[in-house]
Design a binder for this molecule. Structure first.
Ligand SMILES: Cc1ncc(COP(=O)(O)O)c(C=O)c1O
Length: 450
């Protein structure tokens, strides 16, 4: 960590520094999620409301983590708070079927084109795990195709190749060769590679992450999604669209609605449960029958799970999806992100920083090693969407200092990416743009960028 930023960060966030000392004895790296790791120490939130979170000293940070994507409505939306408060005294876990799970499922079916039937899970990771097992049961095949850089949660089957560096050596410590051997990794946005992989490996299914690697680092366009749907149908391979992050966020009908594509199965989480834990696998009724007793396949996938369709998550999810259905949350978040991408690119040009902002919908990606043409439209993708240039890791010292510098300016940015919500105002955008300009100055002062 570097001098000026380090000194200012310690001065401003004293309570977080104290918490982190204690955390370091409790958690590896002092954190409970890898992405929250920040040096010299992370920001400790005591409260979050609307577009902001606050620490114990009352420092406000405009939040671009948006609950890892879950808080499309902003933090503590009154309708969600009220729904959870109403349910709390009625029971947090009846260990029984309940009406809220029906209402929650009705919303999913109403909004997501492919959702004929579903099962609720506790997370997106569980949902993609379930999708793969269902595909294997139905197809009686074991291999799975995924795209390099796509993230589908942290279970053994799909975690390899979830991030750069791309190329050889994707094995992940703890994942056995047998499990890894069932995974076929293809380059993003390459239909010919998918077709060749299907012909060679005869897979159970193909997984694609919503609009591309880790919330669109390597964006996927409508034409590709439509091509993949046509290809998998022609080859009779199950197509799973992972909409854990794009679901309900990019549009009330999710990415599949925007692209007019109906996948065989769809995984959902995050916005689905209104900011509480929850996920779901949804899809074609004949495939979902793999979860039913006495199904025509003669093989059932076991699906217990203590907290499946938890009533608090269901209550929050129903309240959130009711608002999602107006489409205002998506439209507002998408518009604010587009404004921010444009304004950030203006700042980078003004300051001659070798950075570029890009992204789709409510995502804003920063590439920190860019010297090419400046974006001429919001559709612009740097490096002509070459994933080997686009999906790269940046220097760790710079990455940590960048986040700290932004926090000093009142902005909590999620690594090199951020997302907006219904709560992000024009004033938030102004503050964020100013924070970026100051952060660039500080990073230069500390000798971390040219
Ligand atoms: C596309 C995608 N799939 C799956 C997951 C895993 O979801 P969870 O963190 O709820 O397990 C994520 C989480 O970020 C995701 O973005």
């Amino acid at each position: 960590m570097t001098n000026r930023i380090n000194q200012l960060f310690h001065e401003k966030f004293a309570s977080s520094a104290q918490h982190y000392e204690r955390a370091s004895t409790l958690f590896p790296n002092g954190v409970t999620h890898d992405a929250r790791f920040l040096q010299p120490f992370p920001f400790y939130a005591t409260r979050s409301e609307g577009s902001k979170k606050y620490d114990a000293e009352g420092n406000a940070a405009i939040d671009y983590w948006v609950g890892h994507g879950a808080m499309l409505l902003g933090h503590s939306h009154p309708a969600v708070v009220e729904a959870v408060q109403k349910q709390m005294p009625l029971g947090t876990h009846p260990g029984a079927c309940h009406e809220l799970e029906l209402e929650w499922a009705d919303w999913v079916r109403k909004l997501v084109p492919s959702a004929e039937m579903m099962r609720f899970t506790n997370s997106g990771t569980e949902a993609t795990l379930m999708a793969l097992r269902v595909a294997r049961i139905v197809s009686d095949k074991s291999k799975v195709i995924k795209f390099a850089g796509n993230f589908h949660g942290w279970h053994d089957n799909l975690i390899p190749a979830a991030e750069p560096p791309h190329g050889a050596g994707y094995e992940v410590p703890g994942v056995t060769d047998g499990v890894f051997g069932d995974l076929v990794i293809v380059p993003p946005n390459d239909l010919a590679a998918v077709e060749a992989a299907i012909d060679e490996h005869d897979p159970s299914c193909v997984f694609l992450e919503g609009n591309g690697s880790r919330w669109g680092v390597v964006p996927v366009r409508k034409e590709f999604l439509q091509g993949l749907r046509e290809l998998t149908k022609r080859k009779n391979v199950i197509f799973v669209l992972d909409e854990v992050i794009t679901g309900f966020r990019v549009d009330k009908h999710s990415f599949q609605g925007v692209c007019d594509v109906v996948p065989d199965m769809t995984t959902l989480a995050k916005v689905l449960a209104g900011g509480l834990p929850g996920g779901c696998l949804s899809g074609r009724a004949d495939l979902m029958q793999a979860l039913a007793y006495n199904n025509p396949l003669g093989k059932k996938m076991k699906h217990p799970g203590t907290y499946n369709a938890n009533p608090l998550s269901a209550a929050a999810g129903i309240a959130a999806l009711e608002i999602v259905a107006t489409n205002e949350p998506s439209q507002h978040s998408n518009a604010q992100a587009a404004k921010l991408r444009k304004r950030l690119n203006d700042v980078f040009a003004d300051k001659s920083a070798k950075w570029v902002a890009y992204g789709d919908f409510s995502a804003i990606k920063i590439h920190a090693d860019y010297d090419g043409p400046r974006p001429d439209s919001d559709d612009f993708i740097p490096f002509d969407n070459d994933y080997l240039k686009l999906d790269v890791g940046f220097d760790k010292t710079l990455s940590h200092a960048f986040r700290c510098a932004l926090l000093l300016g009142g902005v909590d940015w999620m690594g090199w990416a951020g997302s907006t919500s219904l709560a992000h105002s024009d004033e938030d955008i102004d503050v964020t743009v100013a924070a970026f300009a100051d952060a660039i100055d500080l990073l230069r002062e500390d000798g971390l960028i040219e």
